[in-house]
Write a protein that binds this ligand. Structure first.
Ligand SMILES: [Zn+2]
Length: 243
């Protein structure tokens, strides 16, 4: 029932119940997004330079020359660089929660669209193949969608030379990462991902692994590692928000 309503949300349901912005709760403007107005997007905390060239966390108030990033210090990721558009706090955090746990996949589309007004984020994606972090089949069935796939599709539609390819499969379910520490997260997702049946990696292509949130980078690292083991030579990562 809930999933059925979710799909209807983009259709005639809107006529009976006009949409409000997910952030401001005001009626939507006539912009490209259906549930996130320009005023709402302005309230999201954007990440600006200077930022960590590995995990994308902003260096707020840290002086040049002293920029060891505490967020990825011990990660040594299989991706070269991750870029994130927002901080996962305030309204952005709330939107991500609704995407993941409240069956609001349409908010993933809108948050991805809003991320593209960040030039650094957009340039990072340009010309690449976007590979969403897969969900385990059972989890995807329960949720009804994989938000990372939706995000990758929207980003690919709007960035020059980009395409989305669902290259990876999650072969076993992992326990929720939310209560795990840095090292535990890495162990939890190690070996969880494989190249999907019938898919192959092209060593001449630059891949960008896509997720909704980067917290410790463990999931993006595990996906990047799978692509590298399958022969990928250029692997980066991007998430809409940094935890
Ligand atoms: Zn970092």
């Amino acid at each position: 029932m809930t999933r059925w309503l979710t799909e209807l949300d983009r259709g005639f349901f809107d006529l009976a119940f006009p949409r409000d912005c997910a952030v401001t709760q005001e009626p939507m403007d006539d912009g490209a997004r259906l549930h996130l107005s320009a005023a709402g997007a302005d309230q999201l905390t954007r990440i600006h330079d200077p930022r960590c060239l590995t995990c994308g966390h902003p260096f707020e108030g840290i002086l040049e020359g002293d920029r060891a990033c505490p967020h990825c210090l011990d990660l040594q990721p299989a991706f070269a660089r991750a870029v994130c558009a927002f901080r996962a706090r305030g309204p952005a955090r709330r939107i991500i929660h609704r995407i993941k746990y409240e069956r609001c996949p349409f908010l993933a589309d809108d948050l991805a669209h809003a991320a593209l007004s960040d030039d650094v984020f957009r340039r990072h994606l340009a010309g690449s193949v976007l590979v969403p972090v897969p969900l385990h089949a059972a989890r995807k069935f329960d949720r009804g969608y994989n938000q990372a796939e939706r995000i990758a599709k929207v980003l690919a539609e709007h960035v020059a030379g980009c395409r989305a390819e669902f290259l990876l499969r999650k072969q076993h379910e992992t326990i929720s990462q939310t209560r795990l520490g840095r090292q535990e997260r890495r162990k939890n997702v190690a070996g969880a991902f494989v190249v999907a049946d019938g898919k192959s990696v092209d060593p001449s292509v630059r891949y960008v692994v896509i997720d909704d949130v980067l917290t410790t980078g463990a999931t993006l690292h595990a996906c990047a590692m799978t692509l590298r083991k399958a022969g990928a030579t250029l692997v980066d990562a991007a998430a809409l928000a940094h935890g």
